[in-house]
Structure formats: C-alpha cells, structure tokens
Design a protein. Sequence first.
Length: 128
Amino acid sequence: MGRHIEFAVEGIVTGVSGQLHVIGRNCEDLVRLGDVFESSYEELRDSSANGAVPRCKANVTEVQLRVVGISAYEKPLSELHPGMTGRLSLEGRGAEMVKTSTLLGSTIESAAAESQAPQHVSGPVTLR
C-alpha cells in the first residue's frame, strides 16, 4: 500500500534560488525529502450533500516537483508529519502552475514508501 501525500499551499516565497518555496499544511501522509508531487489542483466542496462535505478535485494539472528541502519553525527537517505546517523547497517541472490555495498531491507507491520508511527490528537484539 502506498502513501498519499497532499500539501495545501497557503503562500509562495519568491527569490532567485531556482527553487519553488511553498508554505502551507501537510494534509495527508508524511511528506519526505525526495518525494515527488505529480499533480496540482484545487479542491471543491459540495456542502449540499446531506451534511457531508465530499471533496472534488478541479483544475488538475500534471507536475513533477521533487521535495528537496523541508523546514518548520526555522528548523530543517527530513519529513513533515500530517497536520503540520511548514515550508517545502521544490524543484522540477510545473512550478509555474502552483498558486496560493492550490494543493499538491501524489501517491507514493509501496516499494518507494517502504524503502524510505524507518526499518524496525524484530526479535532479540545483541549489542556489542
């Protein structure tokens, strides 16, 4: 099973670094260094559906933006946990399509997700 990553862009920091820097909130699974966002989209909500608020994607654009930096509270991180706000530095194709109030999303396939996940040891461990 893969990780679904989604980042809500609340602001864009401009500069001459050649990277796109976005400020916002991690809405789904862990966002890690090296992850690649594959789409940029807006989220529409239909509040007329019996009290439920279903999510619908609109204006979906294909991008290929790799996470090359993560920071929160002015500290560099290797991953951003769900619900956290932070700044992502991105490189790749489609940066011009990212706007304030858009979302960046992707599904990281299980092989890639497992290779980036911390490894756990089961059974007895002998320290030398």
